[in-house]
Design a protein around this ligand. Structure first.
Ligand code: ASP
Length: 301
């Protein structure tokens, strides 16, 4: 591999309006920065954008403060059902939906990409594939945190069954030294969603997209709106048309609003420039750009 380019990467920890019981924003931003550094170490050592994006997402799936893997939001039945997807700029992609009892859904999404002729496996079939791949299922309930159980109880009491954004979805996009891009997204989805509901985070073109000729995108927010807007693909097409990553990210948000949703996204261009945008009060994010500069935040600027 000709390691001629400076790598770059950006991470998000979910769009939303988390309140003080979710921990302070600075701590969540620090966790995103740590995940970004974990991914960037791989890029710096000459590793692939795919390895870097997967590694950063695994760090946040394992952090119980984020709504992905351990700490996922709960369905109306009080269960964890995770969605995740990954895409490489060469066109390979894999995803899982409504997945139970797998600690790191992003790893299984990658295995779908690498070991099957399919793009998306869901529910019991995805679980069976995990076992086949040697990913030992965690005991039922092991991904449910006390904090999420409390939030679920409060949501049930308050909302009489209406699904709601929970925040805390995680994602990463990266460009490596060989110029390859990749995107990875993982979530527990919306609080009080129906059993079997799959959101944009499992849908290539909606929550995740990558194309070496244009760039890579990971989204967060109301999944139904992102699916209807084909949001991630739209952002990649805007990059291809010559928009800067910041412009391309901003320009898709009105389409999300037209479909009744809100949220945010991160993106990297084929040239390694980074961008992000959100129209929720907060979206934790952290990046390391091609000049090696680090940045992070959670409020709109
Ligand atoms: N996009 C996720 C979903 O709809 C949720 C989120 O990003 O907060 O499942």
């Amino acid at each position: 591999m000709a390691a001629s380019l400076q790598p770059s990467l950006i991470v998000h920890g979910g769009a939303g309006d988390w309140s003080s019981e979710d921990g302070d924003g600075e701590a969540l931003v620090a966790a995103c920065a740590a995940a970004a550094r974990a991914g960037f170490e791989i890029l710096r050592a000459g590793g692939s954008a795919l390895d870097a994006a997967t590694a950063a997402v695994v760090v946040l799936e394992d952090d119980p403060r984020f709504n992905a893997g351990t700490g996922s939001a709960l369905t109306v039945d009080g269960e964890v059902e995770c969605d995740a997807s990954v895409m490489c700029g060469d066109g390979r992609a894999g995803a899982v939906g409504a997945l139970r009892d797998v600690r790191n859904p992003i790893r299984l999404a990658r295995l779908v990409m690498e070991k099957t002729p399919h793009v998306l496996l869901v529910g019991a079939g995805a679980g069976a594939f995990a076992v086949e791949c040697g990913l030992t299922p965690v005991p039922p309930g092991a991904l449910v945190t006390e904090r999420m159980r409390d939030k679920w109880r409060a949501a049930v009491a308050r909302a009489a069954g209406a699904p709601a954004a929970s925040g805390g979805t995680v994602g990463c996009v990266a460009r490596d030294a060989a110029g390859r891009v990749a995107a990875a997204t993982s979530t527990g989805g919306m609080m009080l969603k129906r059993r079997g509901r799959v959101g944009d985070s499992a849908v290539i073109g909606a929550g995740t997209y990558a194309d070496d000729g244009a760039g890579a995108v990971s989204c967060t927010g109301h999944g139904e709106a992102f699916i209807k807007a084909a949001a991630a693909k739209q952002v990649v097409e805007a990059l291809r048309a010559g928009r800067s990553p910041a412009e391309a990210a901003r320009e898709v948000l009105p389409a999300i609003r037209r479909h009744g949703g809100s949220g945010g996204l991160i993106c990297v261009g084929a040239d390694g420039r980074l961008g992000f945008a959100f129209d929720t009060p907060r979206m934790a994010h952290a990046w390391i750009d091609a000049d090696g500069r680090e940045g992070a935040g959670f409020r709109a600027v």
